[in-house]
Design a protein around this ligand. Sequence first.
Ligand code: IYR
Length: 214
Amino acid sequence: MNTKPLSHKRLSEDEMRERSSEFLETVRKRRSVREYSDEPIPLDVVRNCIESAGQAPSGANKQPWTFVLVTDPDTKAKIREAAETEEREFYNGRAPQEWLDDLAHLGTDENKPFLTTAPALIVVFAQTRPSDEGNHYYVKESVGLASGILLAALNNAGFVTLTHTPSPMKFLSDVLGRPSNERPYLLIPVGYPADNCEVPDISRKALDEYLVEV
Ligand code: IYR
């Protein structure tokens, strides 16, 4: 094993309190947004956020993720068309009634205009195995952790996002020409909210509903 000294700056407890509260306020404001402005966004900022995601821990440090940043209008149109085809089947038959009932308060349907309106889409792929030889481990956990950091980084940078999961998502591999060792994991529109953007009036659980201290 090769080692090197850890780079870590010890903070005062006051500073820790301040920083954690600020971060909490920032993530409290994060919402899933479905109405986007078509205004262009600074892609260098998006790349910083993707590089932040790439700092996530992963099984055996294999970093089993690929992020495809899509801004090409024709490619966005192809993705929208294929996603809406799958979603039409989902909303008009494939989804059990209980699932549709659970979604009703979000107002979602088979129309996905945000896939062409948002200036960028980030398609996250999970590498089920390396492209050459060897193995990947805890792939879903690793890519989930990276995706969480990505959403937090994008939110922190001032963008709005949506974690969109058209199902099945195989069409993303075809449209983007990804190799067979990569599976589509999430489709994330990124941009600014449309003028007068509305979001569902929903709330989050209180801490004491999901924190157990022993
Ligand atoms: N993928 C569909 C349905 C959907 C499913 C869940 I779970 C959601 O939280 C939201 C939507 C869609 O994107 O419309």
